[in-house]
Design a protein around this ligand. Structure first.
Ligand SMILES: *Cc1c(COP(=O)(O)O)cnc(C)c1O
Length: 384
């Protein structure tokens, strides 16, 4: 089948996956092997050693490349390992312009690991492209964006960033974890590298930790594949199998996440105890127009604050829900709640967090696939 012409749901089920050449098995087998027989030195079937290539991983990498409208996929042992591979494209003295509303672990990797190795990171509010332009200079090699942002659900204009990246001849990398390829394809808007924490929506079942990159450019792929193989942060075949299985329902899951997300966001915003609700689907959201332009729907991630901005109220709420589980992570079938200031974003200094609007009482929801009525009943009792 011509993957280009396929619609998303068909690609989610078929792309990258072929019946097993040895047996005809419909589902890609878990090639639980570290090495492969050679008939003479250097004579083999394209597989030598599983750090370099593994057939289960190859199927997944091809599937992800197709879902992001890219050409090459690369899987890593975690989302962080995939971002780490991108930073390894750089040299001491090179500069990165990054969004300031960033996943805590990415901020930590940039500021606590790579800043010490001589790479310079400039964090700016990418809501205004003038901030990005002002931070770019002739040492800038990478623009790094996350949209929707975590946890404030700001939307960054990917096409506008791509224009800047092209003008200044630097790479544009986009962390597409929150949107998933169902809601947004940064590569279609000009991004050079799309990154996913596969742990989240792509895996979708909270049973795997994995990362992935998708690129179009052959030379860039070659450099990243070299880093993947040289540094060795690869996922095992069992995890690749689980994600291949998860991908087959990605379109159905994202539709339901988005439907439930809309119901919950619209319910929360009317609740007398709720103060602000951050969700890009509201026409009043400051970046709603950009969200509508670059996303197909608005997803199931949102954050909110309670009136009074009282820590005790937020803690009480988070420990009282019964269907929503208080836990790190997002994007699984089950609904999760989180407290970014003490959990996902604890690695960002408090002043830095407050500057960006991430208050101590902010609550983040990953709305799952349960029945919306049950989710609302749970929120109602926890707010009461
Ligand atoms: C979870 C997450 C990451 C890190 O991915 P891991 O798989 O946990 O290493 C990066 N970016 C975003 C937006 C995330 O939510």
């Amino acid at each position: 089948m011509r993957e280009r012409a396929m619609k998303f749901g068909t690609k989610a089920i078929h792309a990258g996956v072929e019946a097993d050449p040895a047996t005809g098995a419909i589902m890609t087998p878990i090639y639980q092997t570290s090495t492969y027989a050679q008939t003479a030195p250097g004579v083999h079937k394209g597989y030598e050693y599983s750090r370099t290539h593994n057939p289960t991983r190859t199927a997944l990498q091809n599937a992800l490349a197709a879902l992001e409208n890219g050409k090459h996929g690369l899987c890593f042992s975690s989302g962080m390992a995939s971002i780490d591979a991108i930073v390894k494209l750089l040299k001491p003295g090179d500069e990165v312009v990054s969004t300031n509303d960033l996943y805590g672990g990415t901020y930590r990797l940039f500021t606590k690991v790579y800043a010490d190795l001589g790479i310079v990171f400039r964090f700016v509010d990418m809501g205004d492209m003038a901030n990005v332009s002002a931070a770019i200079n002739d040492k800038t090699k990478l623009i790094w964006a996350e949209t929707p942002t975590n946890p404030l659900l700001k939307i960054i204009d990917i096409a506008a960033l791509a224009a800047l990246a092209e003008k200044h001849k630097c790479l544009l990398g986009v962390d597409n974890t929150f949107a998933s390829p169902f809601l947004q394809n940064p590569m279609d808007l000009g991004a050079d590298i799309v990154m996913h924490s596969v742990t989240k929506y792509l895996g979708g079942h909270s049973d795997v930790v994995m990362g992935a990159l998708v690129v179009k450019d052959d030379a860039l792929h070659e450099r990243l594949a070299f880093i993947q193989n040289s540094c060795g942060a690869i996922p095992g075949p069992q995890d690749c199998f689980l994600v291949l299985r998860g991908l087959k329902t990605l379109h159905l899951r994202m539709q339901r996440h988005s439907e439930n997300g809309k119901v919950i966001a619209e319910w929360l915003v009317k609740h007398p105890k709720v103060d602000k609700v951050y969700w890009p689907g509201f026409p009043s959201h400051p970046n709603h127009v950009v969200a509508k332009k670059q996303m197909r729907d608005f997803g199931g991630m949102m954050s909110f604050t309670l009136k009074g901005d009282n820590m005790a109220d937020a803690t009480k709420f988070l420990s009282t829900t019964k269907v929503f589980t208080l836990a790190e992570s997002l994007g699984g079938v089950e609904s999760l709640s989180g407290h970014p200031a003490s959990m996902t974003h604890a690695s960002i200094p408090r002043e830095e967090r407050l500057k960006n609007g991430l208050t101590d009482t902010l609550i983040r929801l990953s709305v799952g696939l349960e029945d919306a009525e049950d989710l609302i009943e749970d929120l109602e009792q926890a707010l009461g």
